[in-house]
Design a protein around this ligand. Structure first.
Ligand code: ADP
Ligand code: MG
Length: 411
């Protein structure tokens, strides 16, 4: 197993850039993916959030572009697809930092940017394009983008893209890129939601990389839950945790409306916070994250849509004020804490109707999530019991869920 970047046979200009970014040694996913990608293999990689997947595909991509330099100006040779524009910008930023000693051109094509701006870009030579699937498809349809020169197709956060309903668009884009040489797919998880079927069509005999068994990653996260009797009780518990236990927290909510309500409540309680939500202009989102990152506020409210794939700074507490809609999203959320070997906390504040999801999460991560109490704020209701549910009931709900999925797909 490779221990140092220097063992990776990379161009010196790339090694210098890596060093200047402060990366001392490759993470596990990088050590495994970089050599395989440079050998020409397709890649199917999963590694938990925060383990350096971006550089795991950007570094070999940059190396390849230098090994096989273009002879004349022309369209993009590498296409990176990612679910959100924030993520696209972050990937592009990281790619530019790593490519700073080269002449390679890196661009983004995402929603929320004026068409005209992109139009100018497309007239110039591009080496790497980082794009969100929907927006890129619009460009292709309008004949403003051409995939014929794409040599590598890279899918980042494949699980999220499927989650967000980008599956069919990604399939179409892959067809557009049919002259590509390699396909690299990165995901936090490969379990569930059809990632397998998806990958089977896109990848040819991929090198399968499963870095850092996520169980070990999660070990450093202490997870527990509090039970709340009512919405008021829930809010009281949250305020207590934010003011007395947590240093820096991200609070997750399921909708923008819920986020707005909580924001008002926290303002009333004089707990400063910033927030990010879907459909927020880019500059405001960046600003909100910067305020949190710079320590101006210690609480960040977020919806799942807004936070997807963003490299948020380290936090002491991830708080599930609303439970996520799947166990998978839970793992994504709690991945925001305990980064870089630090310890972290994941707290769920649940009401009666959340127990089923809590139970599902515990089964999925194969860990017990323990209940904790806050003095003087104990719940008065009894804990609902789901574990004793009869097997038949479970089957029924499973069948229901399946048929739901199917009808959903047809749309
Ligand atoms: P992922 O996509 O797996 O969630 P990222 O690629 O966003 O993770 O990386 C998470 C953080 O780790 C980033 O801030 C990145 O700059 C940093 N990072 C990546 N690779 C290394 C490395 N080899 N050494 C130190 N830090 C790294
Ligand atoms: Mg990532």
């Amino acid at each position: 197993m490779i221990k140092n970047f220097a063992d990776l046979d990379l161009d010196p200009n790339l090694l210098t850039a890596i060093e200047e970014m402060g990366f001392e040694r490759p993470t596990q996913v990088q050590a495994q993916a970089i050599p395989q990608a440079l050998e020409g293999r397709d890649i199917l990689a999963s590694a938990p959030t925060g383990t350096g997947k971006t550089a795991a595909f950007v570094i070999p991509a940059l190396q390849y572009l230098q090994d096989f330099p273009r002879r004349k100006p022309g369209p993009a040779r590498m296409l990176i697809l990612t679910p959100t524009r924030e993520l696209a910008m972050q990937i592009a930023d990281q790619a530019r930092a790593l490519a700073k000693n080269t002449k390679l051109n890196i661009f983004t094509i995402t929603g929320g940017v004026q068409y005209q701006e992109h139009a100018d870009i497309l007239a110039t030579t591009q080496d790497i394009v980082v794009a969100t699937p929907g927006r890129l498809m619009e460009y292709i349809k309008a004949e403003r983008f051409d995939c014929r020169a794409i040599e590598w197709l890279i899918l980042d956060e494949a699980d999220r893209m499927l989650d967000m309903g980008f599956g069919p668009t990604v399939d179409k884009l892959a067809t557009e890129c049919r002259w590509r040489k390699q396909t690299l797919l990165f995901s936090a998880t490969l379990e569930g939601r059809g990632v397998e079927g998806f990958t089977a069509d896109l990848l040819k005999n991929p090198a399968e990389i499963e870095a850092d068994p996520s169980r070990r990653e999660r070990k450093k996260i202490t997870q527990w839950y509090h039970r709340a009797d009512s919405a008021e009780h829930k809010l009281a518990l949250l305020k207590k945790i934010l003011t007395e236990q947590a240093e820096r927290s991200i609070v997750f909510l399921k909708t923008r409306e819920r986020l707005a309500e909580l924001r008002t409540e926290l303002e009333r309680a004089q707990i400063p916070c910033s927030w990010i939500q879907g459909e927020m202009p880019q500059d405001r989102r960046n600003n909100a994250i910067a305020r949190f990152r710079d320590g101006e506020v210690n609480v960040l409210l977020a919806t799942d849509v807004a936070s997807r794939g963003i490299d948020l700074p380290d936090v002491s507490h991830v708080i599930n004020y609303d439970m996520p809609r799947s166990a998978d999203v839970y793992i994504h959320r709690i991945g925001r804490t305990a980064r870089a070997g630090k310890k972290g906390n994941a707290v769920s504040i649940v009401e009666a109707h959340d127990h089923q999801m809590l139970d599902r999460v515990a089964r999925y991560i194969k860990e017990d999530i323990k209940e904790r109490f806050v003095k003087e704020m104990r719940p008065t209701h009894k804990k609902p019991i789901f574990k004793k549910k009869k097997k038949e009931d479970k089957k029924k709900t499973a069948v229901k869920a399946k048929s739901k999925k199917k009808t959903g797909k047809k749309k």
